[in-house]
Design a protein around this ligand. Structure first.
Ligand SMILES: Cc1cc2nc3c(=O)[nH]c(=O)nc-3n(C[C@H](O)[C@H](O)[C@H](O)COP(=O)(O)O)c2cc1C
Length: 172
């Protein structure tokens, strides 16, 4: 059975709550809260599948607990080849339509450069209203976009459906 690591950075608890739901939906998964549980890059080695969660802050920035680890990754260039990786995170399409869930796209670039297979868990951008997102290409997000502020009633179902999609796509 594959080991699944759910690494999450969340300032207000919304992306964390999605991560907790994912932990319940995936057998053999472990939640690593970047604020409390993360020590160093070697923690990623323990897992075959990584579910990477971050809300978006500033103007399209990753959540603050991801800043140092991502910097370290870009410097040390660990080899992530063979790992299946998917991205999820919260944003706010009404207050921040110019960089909606952009953090997902930024993280995807970094993990892809390190050799990870990041072609999993893409979702349609239909049903969201925003101007721009670096996480969007050709009408699809490179992961799961959550907007619990404006579309709270959709969050749980979106997370559930995404988990089903990943199980199929990754064969887990
Ligand atoms: C100062 C500030 C900047 C933000 N910038 C963005 C942004 O650029 N893009 C976006 O989609 N959401 C942005 N948001 C919205 C947050 O991502 C949103 O509140 C999210 O639910 C937080 O998730 P978390 O509780 O997991 O941290 C911003 C919120 C604040 C307060």
């Amino acid at each position: 059975m594959v080991n699944i690591g759910i690494f999450v950075g969340s300032s207000g608890g919304i992306t964390l709550s999605a991560a907790q739901q994912l932990e319940e939906l995936f057998e053999n998964s472990q939640l690593i809260n970047m604020e409390e549980d993360y020590d160093d890059l070697e923690q990623f080695d323990e897992f075959d599948v990584l579910l990477i969660g971050s809300s978006t802050w500033g103007q399209g920035d990753v959540q603050r607990d991801w800043v140092d680890p991502l910097f370290e990754m870009q410097n040390e260039e660990p080899d992530f080849s063979g790992k299946k990786v998917a991205f999820f995170g919260a944003g706010d399409q009404e207050s921040h339509p110019e960089e909606f869930v952009t953090a997902l796209g930024k993280m995807k670039d970094i993990f892809t450069k390190l050799g990870a297979d990041t072609e999993y868990g893409y979702t349609s951008a239909e049903g969201y209203t925003f101007k721009y997102s670096y996480a969007q290409k050709d009408g699809r997000f490179c992961g799961l976009a959550i907007d619990d502020i404006n579309q709270e009633d959709l969050t749980q179902e979106r997370v559930f459906n995404w988990a089903q999609q990943l199980k199929k796509e990754m064969g887990i």
